[in-house]
Design a protein around this ligand. Structure first.
Ligand code: GSH
Length: 199
């Protein structure tokens, strides 16, 4: 059984939770509390002291996007990570977008509001506007970011958009983004997360 280390409020952990649940993989979720992340037992799994981490047999892997790539490759027969070099490249663009622009924008705004973390508000607002514009345009005439099907691009990019309201971001002017996050929430076995609106 896969062990999955999380924090309750983590959007990065939600990416992994979605993949595990959509794939129907048996797993044990271990929710870390207090200082557990900084203790030797967890640092042995991830020296960065961050969730998510999975342990699959004797294979240990950190980082939400690395874990999505691994799960898609190891367990997914619907080719969530692309079937051709072009598809794989296009999907990877969105993984980079998740760890670059989305992290710099909506993720930071949420962290600042929820956890009182000091950030450069102007830079985060401006990154958020860029993210919203790109995603609204991309999703205006399609259901999924790439390949006309669910891929790890959608799983990687959606949590911090669904949770963006927790950072004070109003998605009213971005209906395609709202519908996309609701579409994901409507998929079989979607794992509910506090703050992810379903309608
Ligand atoms: N690049 C990593 C980032 C992981 C990360 O920032 N994890 C946060 C939760 S979303 C965390 O563990 N924060 C606790 C801390 O900073 O002590 C990923 O995508 O998994």
């Amino acid at each position: 059984m896969i062990k999955f280390y999380t924090l309750k409020t983590s959007g990065n952990a939600q990416k992994v939770r979605m993949a595990l649940c959509f794939l129907g993989l048996e797993h044990e979720e271990i929710v870390l509390v207090g200082e557990a992340q900084k203790q030797p037992a967890f640092l042995a799994l991830n020296p960065l002291g961050l969730v998510p981490v999975i342990v699959d047999g004797d294979f240990v892997l950190r980082d939400s996007l690395a874990i999505l790539v691994y799960l898609a490759s190891a367990y997914n027969s619907w080719q969530w990570d692309g079937t051709t070099a072009q598809e794989k490249g296009r999907i990877a663009q969105w993984l980079a977008f998740a760890s670059g622009e989305i992290k710099a924008g909506p993720t930071r705004l949420r962290a600042s509001r929820l956890f009182n973390i000091a950030i450069d508000q102007v830079a985060a607002q401006s990154a958020t506007m860029r993210v919203l514009g790109v995603l609204q345009d991309r999703l205006a005439d399609r259901h999924w970011l790439e390949c006309d099907r669910l891929t790890i691009a959608d799983i990687a990019c959606s949590p911090y958009l669904a949770l963006a309201h927790q950072g004070g971001v109003d998605l009213a002017a971005y209906p395609a983004i709202v519908q996309w996050t609701q579409r994901l929430a409507g998929l079989p076995n979607f794992p509910a997360m506090e703050g992810w609106p379903t309608r």
